[in-house]
Ligand binder design. Structure first.
Ligand SMILES: [Zn+2]
Ligand SMILES: [Zn+2]
Length: 82
């Protein structure tokens, strides 16, 4: 079964748009935030971006990743209105 977050993100990494080796990343790690299991805290990433983000420290990417989610949901609304 494909994860609902991957479906929301249209089966691609929101960061680099690849569509292979996808996984779901928690933007704010469970260890830091008790409210982590929210839909807007989860993002589809490929394994390459996922590894990079964890190697660079997940908290350093919080703003960038949230922007990717909100940017794409705004675009989806615009397209569905056409
Ligand atoms: Zn990627
Ligand atoms: Zn992760």
């Amino acid at each position: 079964m494909v994860h609902e977050i991957i479906i929301r993100d249209k089966h691609r990494c929101l960061r680099c748009r690849r569509s292979n080796n996808l996984c779901v990343h928690e933007i704010i790690p469970k260890s830091v935030c008790t409210d982590w299991k929210r839909e807007d805290n989860q993002i589809t990433l490929c394994s390459k971006c996922h590894t990079e983000i964890h190697a660079g420290g997940a908290l350093n990417y919080v703003e960038e990743l949230k922007e990717l989610i909100y940017g794409s949901s705004i675009r989806n609304k615009v397209y569905s209105g056409l």
